[in-house]
Structures are given as structure tokens and as C-alpha cells.
Design a protein around this ligand. Structure first.
Ligand SMILES: Cc1ncc(COP(=O)(O)O)c(C=O)c1O
Length: 449
């Protein structure tokens, strides 16, 4: 019997009912990885073991776990206003949070549309882009351009513009009228890059080819992650995003940055757009907006996009889109408390301060016989390890299991890449714990497979 907490006990035969997402269910249920509590940088398992959180929950608990100001804001809100319908009604905290996000967003971003996840944020952004083109009289612009190895969540829009084959191949024809740029990952040119790789800006010119192929008059928007996270940490080559921006502007194509991972400090600035000096027309966020505590996502748009929708009779709904839980009071309360914490503890600045020590510590793994590449930027590291012949993904999977059960750390894996992205409150001692103590043990534990 597994003890979940003082009150909850779980029999192995109770594990079947929950169909777990993006999980090898049978393997998990044979040796569950169950978490019972968390504080700061650490989780506790159901058996009371302490686990260092190597990827901030799932790239989301940027302020660290169970932070008192956020917990208290959630408790207070739940006891004050549990729910408020977001269609035709609202509550003050949704406006307050929207203003707080605008305060730290790229200068041209003036309005926030709330939803409940990154996937919803992406689908909302794509719908807004297509609708905007139609409203301004360009209704033929419906085509969307994504990128290979992009991850934009799991909605039909997100998987259509996304570029991860396993997420796409089972689900039919997806959306019509989508094309993709090439991804920018190239070990021949960019192996072991700290920060932005030197090689690859020219890959943005592929957008010109797609414009020539489809004609700009059919293309609504391009969507990319400024740094691709879920497909193994792929920072953009130097100059790449600027070039995309130029081509989009020259052809009246909207540029959407999916900042679900990079938003709220992961790269040392509130949003990656600021760090890279490239401003999109639309920007999606989720995860870090509430530090992972309550589901929330959103879309930021520039003034002209919002304004275009504000024509017509003023009693008529302008955008036929929204969710029952848009701007939920408890999520909004968590969001405001999270913004306070980011500001009061200078957490984005902490990332800038620690970027170099983090990168140097990660690069200390270079030379380990299993390590094939290391990429770092902000508080992110991607570490490619040698696949077991004929069994792609197995070595990283075993590494994740051993890390949890035997070494006391949680790592995120995609195929044979280990991605690390800890809470932004991390300190030098914990960086050392990750790269000098735990990671070598994790790698050594899967040397013989
Ligand atoms: C860039 C990006 N977009 C969208 C999503 C989807 O977010 P969610 O899982 O909240 O739907 C993710 C999740 O990791 C992401 O990394």
C-alpha cells in the first residue's frame, strides 16, 4: 500500500482508473513515482524521500513550490469569490492581473486574453490571428506556418502547427492549410553552444520560400517558440528571430511567439521577446503566470489587433471565443501574488546572475562518455545522451526512473535528451548539487544498457 498523505492511502489496484497523460502508463503503474508535498526547490515523495525539482514542476513552478504569499492568496480568494462567469461579467482581479502582465510585457503588447492552459493559449492565438486578417478585409489569409520540432500543446490547432511527429500522426488530417519551416537544430555546426548558436540564421529565409510558394495573400501567421523547449532545448540561432520578424512585417504576416515556457523569467527577462530584442504581434503564455499553482494561460496582443475587433455595434460580442474558466478568480489571485513574488524577490534577475554559473556547471558534464551535446541558455540546459542501439529513448527513460527512485532528483526527458529548468529561486549550492553530485550519478546509473 502506498501512503499518499496522512489521510489518503492508495492500493496498487487503484492505479488503473487514472489514464495518465504523456506517460507510459503500464511502466509507471508497476513502479509509481508519487509525490506527496513540496516546498521551495524540493518535492517529497509518498514515502517521505526528498527530491530536487530539476524542471520546476513542468517548466511552470518558477517561483518555487508552496510559496506562502501565493498559497495565502489562493486560500483567501477561494473563501471570498469562488467563481465568476467571464462572459458578460467579471471580477476586479482579472483586470488587475492583466495590467500587471502588460506592465512587464514587451512595450507593444497592450491587451490580454485569458484561458486555462498553454494549449488553449495557442489555439486562441491562432483563431485571433485568422479572425484579425478577416476583419481587416484579408479573409483569404487563413494559412498558418509552424516549425518542425515545435511544440504548441495538444489542441488541434497546436498539433497542426507543431512539429513533433508522435503528437500528430495518430490524429487524422489535423487542420488544413498549414506549412512548416525547418527546425534549427544542427549538431554539425552548433554542438555544445552556450547561449545562441552562431549558425542557422539563414534558415529563417525559408519563410520567403513559403511566401513564394503559397503567396503572402494566403498566410495569416507564423508561430514559433523563441526557444523550443519541449523538443529538447533549442535556442534560436543568432539573428534568426530578427529575420523572421522582417519577413513577416514585409508580407503583413502576423508573428506569434509561443512563450508558454519562456515567459516569466526562464531566460532572465519577463519574456524572451525582450531578451532577443524581437517583438511579435501576438504572444502566448501559461505555466509561470501562476507559478504552476492554478491552471491559467493567456494571449497578449498589440494595440492594433485589439482595436480592429472593436468596430460594429457596441452591444455585440466582438470575439466569439472564450472559456468557462477564463480569468478564473482563484487563478487571477494566484497570478497577482506570483507577479508580486517575481518582483519582490528579483527572480528574473536571479536568472541573469546565475546564467553563467549554471552554464559552466552544465558544461562540466562535457566529456562524460554518454554525453553527445549540451545546450544552455537562461536557466535551461538540454543534455543529449547516447541512445541505446535500436531502442531510442530507453536510456533517458531509465535515467529518469533511477534519478527519482535512487538519486533524489526529477529530470525531464524527451527522447534521449534530458532537459533541466529548475525553479528560478535556485542558488549556487543547488546548481552544484545538480551538476556535480546528482547528474554524474544519474548518467553513471545508465552507462550499461
Ligand atoms: C511552447 C509551449 N506551448 C504550449 C504548451 C502547452 O501547454 P499546456 O500543457 O499548458 O497545454 C507547452 C507545454 O509545455 C509549451 O511548451
Amino acid at each position: 500500500m502506498t501512503v499518499l498523505s496522512d489521510q489518503v492511502h492508495l492500493h496498487p489496484d487503484q492505479l488503473g482508473a487514472y489514464w495518465m497523460p504523456f506517460t507510459a502508463n503500464r511502466h509507471f503503474k508497476a513502479a509509481p513515482r508519487l509525490l506527496a508535498s513540496a516546498e521551495g526547490m524540493y518535492y517529497k515523495t509518498d514515502e517521505g524521500k526528498t527530491i530536487l525539482d530539476g524542471f520546476a514542476g513542468l517548466w511552470c513552478c518558477n517561483a518555487g513550490h508552496n510559496r506562502k504569499p501565493i498559497v495565502e492568496a489562493i486560500q483567501k480568494q477561494a473563501a471570498t469569490l469562488d467563481y465568476c462567469p467571464p462572459f458578460q461579467f467579471a471580477h476586479p482581479l482579472a483586470f488587475e492581473l492583466a495590467n500587471r502582465i502588460i506592465d512587464i510585457a514587451p512595450k507593444n503588447m497592450k491587451h490580454v486574453f485569458f484561458c486555462n492552459s498553454g494549449s488553449e493559449a495557442v489555439d486562441s492565438a491562432l483563431k485571433i490571428a485568422i479572425a484579425w486578417q478577416r476583419i481587416r478585409g484579408d479573409g483569404a489569409r487563413t494559412r498558418l506556418i509552424g516549425r518542425e520540432r515545435g511544440y504548441h500543446g495538444v489542441g488541434f490547432g497546436g498539433i497542426a502547427v507543431g512539429g513533433m511527429v508522435a503528437n500528430r500522426k495518430m490524429f487524422g488530417t489535423l487542420m488544413a492549410g498549414v506549412d512548416h519551416l525547418s527546425h534549427t537544430h544542427n549538431l554539425e555546426h552548433n554542438a555544445y553552444s552556450q547561449g545562441l548558436p552562431e549558425w542557422g540564421a539563414h534558415l529563417a529565409d525559408e519563410l520567403e520560400k513559403l511566401v513564394a510558394l503559397h503567396d503572402a495573400s494566403t498566410i495569416a501567421a507564423v508561430i514559433v517558440e523563441p526557444m523550443a523547449g519541449s523538443t529538447g532545448v533549442l535556442p534560436p540561432p543568432k539573428g534568426y528571430l530578427k529575420r523572421l520578424r522582417e519577413i513577416c512585417s514585409a508580407n503583413d504576416i502576423l508573428l506569434i511567439f509561443d512563450e508558454v515556457i519562456t515567459g516569466f523569467g526562464r531566460l532572465g527577462t519577463a519574456f524572451a521577446a525582450e531578451r532577443f530584442g524581437v517583438t511579435p504581434d501576438i504572444l502566448t503564455f501559461a505555466k509561470g503566470v501562476t507559478s504552476g499553482t492554478v491552471p491559467m494561460g493567456g494571449v497578449l496582443v498589440r494595440q492594433g489587433i485589439y482595436d480592429a475587433f472593436m468596430g460594429g455595434a457596441d452591444h455585440v460580442i466582438e470575439l466569439f471565443h472564450g472559456y468557462t474558466y477564463t480569468g478564473h478568480p482563484i487563478a487571477a489571485a494566484a497570478g497577482v501574488a506570483t507577479m508580486d513574488l517575481y518582483r519582490d524577490e528579483n527572480l528574473f534577475e536571479n536568472v541573469r546572475k546565475l546564467e553563467k554559473p549554471w552554464a559552466d556547471a552544465a558544461f562540466s558534464l562535457k566529456g562524460h562518455p554518454l554525453v553527445e551535446d549540451i545546450r544552455t541558455i537562461g536557466l535551461v540546459a538540454g543534455i543529449d545522451i547516447k541512445p541505446v542501439e535500436g531502442k531510442p529513448g530507453l536510456r533517458a527513460y531509465k535515467a529518469m526512473e533511477n534519478a527519482f527512485h535512487d538519486i533524489g532528483m526529477m529530470i525531464r526527458i524527451t527522447a534521449d535528451t534530458i532537459a533541466l529548468s529548475p525553479p528560478l529561486m535556485i542558488n549556487q549550492a543547488q546548481i552544484k548539487e545538480i551538476f556535480s553530485d546528482k547528474m554524474p550519478k544519474i548518467l553513471d546509473s545508465v552507462a550499461k544498457l
